[in-house]
Write a protein that binds this ligand. Structure first.
Ligand code: NAD
Length: 482
C-alpha cells in the first residue's frame, strides 16, 4: 500500500518521488508507504483551502451557514461510527497501541465531531453597553485557513479536537499528521469527502516535520496554527509563526503530578493512578507521571502499586494487553536511557512489569517500571519520559505537596486524591496547571472540558466550547446612530 496526499477531495501524488515507510511498531516491519510532502504540496493544499473559503467567504465552504457546517460534522461523526472498527484497526497497527485504546480513540473522535456539530450554530458574539448613540456588537469570524500539526500518540483524538473545532468555526483546514502515524487521518479526509464536505475544506498532507510541517508554519496563506507535540518543536513552530504574526495554539506535554493524601479512597485511586501512566504505553501528554504520596500512606500504597505493576504486560497491539509497544526505535531508546540513568544514580525500582513472550524482537516493547523515592531534582522527576515509567516520592503535608507539584517546568494537568472538601478546593486553586482533577484523573476524556497548559506545557485551549473561540477572530462593530 502506498498512499498519496489527500487534497481538494482527491488523492494527490506528491511533488517528490521520495516517500516514507510505515512501520508496525509491534514488529518493526514496514507494511505501507506514505508520501513525503514538500512545500509545494503544502502550497497546493493551502490553495485548495483558500478556494473552498473563497475570497470573501463566498466559496463552497465559506458560504455555508453554521447550521450546514454542523450538519456536515454530524454526518462525519456518524461515518466514524460506521467505520469504527476499521479506523481502530488502522490506528492500532500504525501506532502499536493496544486495540482497546484505539477503539476508545475512534469513539472519542466520533464524539468530538458530534460535540462540535452541535456547537457550530451556538457560537456567537455579544452586544456591548457603550456611550449613548452607539450600538456595539462583536462577531466571531473564522481565521481562514488553519494549519494542524498532529503528533503520533493520539492521531484520531487530536485531529478530532483540533480539526472538529476549526471546521465548526468555519475555517478550512490543512493537516500535517506525524510521519509515524498518518494512515487514520488520510482515511478520515476521504470519509469527510464522502459525507459531503466541499473540496478543499479539509486537506491532509503527509511528510516530515522539518519539511511539510515547517512549510505549513511558514506559509503566508495559513492564518492560525494548532500544534501538539514536543516542547522543542513547539518553540520552533511558534517562532516560525511569529515571523509572520500568525496566532498559534501549543499543546506541549507535561510532567503531571498525582497527589495522594493519607485520607484518600485508595481502592478508587489505585486503578486510576496506574492507568494514568500505562495508558498508551505512557505516551500521553497528560500522563500522571509523578506520584506524590503522603508519608503515612507511602509504604502501604507503594506495596499495592508494586503488586499491580508486577502484573502489567506489554505485547503486540492485537493481543490487547495492558500496553502495546512504544512508537519507534528512537522512543524506545529514550525510555531505556531514562531508566538506565535513574538506576545508575541509585534510584530504586520498586517493581517492573513484563514484556510477553509473543512480543518479537523487532518490536519496540518496554515493560512498565515503578521507581520509588525519586529525588525531586532528578531528571526522572523533572522531564517527560513519554513511556510507562512512574516516579513516586513522599510528602509530609499540604504545603510540601503543592511545592513539589508546582516545582516543574510544565503545568498541564494535576490529580488530587483526598476526602477533605476544603483541601480539595485549596489544592485546586494553588496548583499551577490547566486542569485539576479531584478524586479522578482525566474525567474519562472529557470532550466538553477545555484542555491546555501553562508554562512549558503551552498555551491556548483545545476541547470544549473554549476551543471554538480560539479558532475565531473577534471583530468589534461600533455603530453610531444619534
Ligand atoms: P515532535 O514534536 O517533533 O512532532 C510532533 C509533530 O510536529 C509531528 O507531526 C512532526 O512531524 C511535527 N514537526 C516536527 N518538526 C517540525 C517543525 N520544525 N515544524 C513543524 N512541524 C514539525 O515530536 P516527536 O519527535 O515525534 O516526539 C518527540 C517527543 O515529543 C516525545 O518523546 C514526547 O516527549 C513529545 N511528544 C509529545 C506529545 C504531546 O502530546 N504533547 C506528542 C508526541 C510527542
Amino acid at each position: 500500500m502506498s498512499l498519496e496526499h489527500y487534497i481538494d477531495n482527491q488523492w494527490q501524488a506528491s511533488s517528490w518521488a521520495e516517500d516514507i515507510p510505515v512501520q508496525d511498531p509491534s514488529t518493526g516491519i514496514s507494511y505501507a508507504r506514505i508520501a513525503r510532502g514538500t512545500a509545494e504540496d503544502i502550497d497546493l493544499a493551502v490553495q485548495a483551502a483558500q478556494r473552498a473559503l473563497g475570497d470573501n467567504f463566498d466559496g463552497p465552504w465559506g458560504c455555508l451557514s453554521a447550521l450546514e457546517r454542523g450538519r456536515l460534522l454530524a454526518r462525519l461523526s456518524h461515518a466514524v461510527l460506521e467505520h469504527h472498527e476499521e479506523l481502530a484497526q488502522i490506528e492500532a497497527r500504525d501506532t502499536g497501541k493496544a486495540l482497546k485504546v484505539a477503539r476508545a480513540d475512534a469513539t472519542a473522535l466520533a464524539r468530538y465531531f458530534e460535540y462540535y456539530a452541535g456547537a457550530a450554530d451556538k457560537l456567537h458574539g455579544e452586544t456591548l453597553p457603550y456611550q449613548a448613540g452607539y450600538t456595539v456588537l462583536t462577531v466571531r469570524e473564522p481565521h481562514g485557513v488553519t494549519g494542524h500539526i498532529i503528533p503520533w500518540n493520539y492521531p484520531m483524538q487530536i485531529f478530532g479536537r483540533s480539526v472538529g473545532a476549526a471546521l465548526a468555526a468555519g475555517n478550512a483546514c490543512v493537516v500535517k499528521p506525524a510521519e509515524d502515524a498518518s494512515l487514520s487521518l488520510l482515511r478520515l479526509a476521504e470519509l469527510a469527502a464522502q459525507v459531503g464536505f466541499p473540496a478543499g475544506s479539509l486537506n491532509v498532507v503527509s511528510g516530515y516535520g522539518h519539511e511539510a510541517g515547517a512549510a505549513l508554519c511558514a506559509h503566508p496563506g495559513v492564518a492560525h496554527i494548532s500544534f501538539t507535540g514536543s516542547t522543542g518543536t513547539g518553540a520552533l513552530v511558534a517562532k516560525a509563526a511569529a515571523e509572520r504574526h500568525c496566532p498559534v495554539t501549543l499543546e506541549l506535554g507535561g510532567k503531571s503530578p498525582q497527589i495522594v493524601f493519607a485520607d484518600a479512597d485508595v481502592e478508587r485511586a489505585l486503578p486510576v493512578l496506574i492507568n494514568a501512566i500505562v495508558q498508551n504505553c505512557g505516551q500521553t501528554c497528560s500522563a500522571g507521571s509523578r506520584l506524590l504520596v503522603q508519608r503515612s500512606l507511602y509504604e502501604p500504597l507503594l506495596e499495592r502499586l508494586a503488586q499491580c505493576f508486577g502484573q502489567l504486560r506489554a505485547g503486540p497491539s492485537e493481543l490487547d494487553l495492558d500496553m502495546g509497544p512504544l512508537i519507534n526505535q528512537k522512543q524506545l531508546r529514550q525510555v531505556r536511557e531514562f531508566v538506565r540513568e535513574a538506576e545508575a544514580a541509585g534510584i530504586r525500582v520498586a517493581a517492573r512489569g513484563q514484556v510477553v513472550a509473543e512480543a518479537g524482537s523487532g518490536g519496540y516493547f518496554h515493560e512498565a517500571v515503578l521507581f520509588r523515592d525519586v529525588p525531586p531534582d532528578s531528571r526522572l522527576a523533572r522531564e517527560e519520559v513519554f513511556g510507562p515509567v512512574l516516579a513516586v516520592m513522599p510528602f509530609e503535608d499540604e504545603a510540601e505537596a503543592i511545592g513539589l507539584a508546582n516545582d516543574s517546568a510544565f503545568g498541564l494537568v494535576a490529580g488530587v486524591w483526598t476526602r477533605d472538601g476544603a483541601r480539595q478546593l485549596r489544592m485546586a486553586h494553588k496548583l499551577r496547571c490547566g486542569q485539576v482533577f479531584i478524586n479522578n484523573y482525566g474525567a474519562g476524556g472529557g470532550v466538553e472540558l477545555p484542555f491546555g497548559g501553562v508554562k512549558a506545557s503551552g498555551y491556548g485551549r483545545e476541547k470544549g466550547f473554549e476551543a471554538l473561540l480560539g479558532f475565531t477572530a473577534l471583530k468589534t462593530i461600533a455603530i453610531r446612530h444619534d
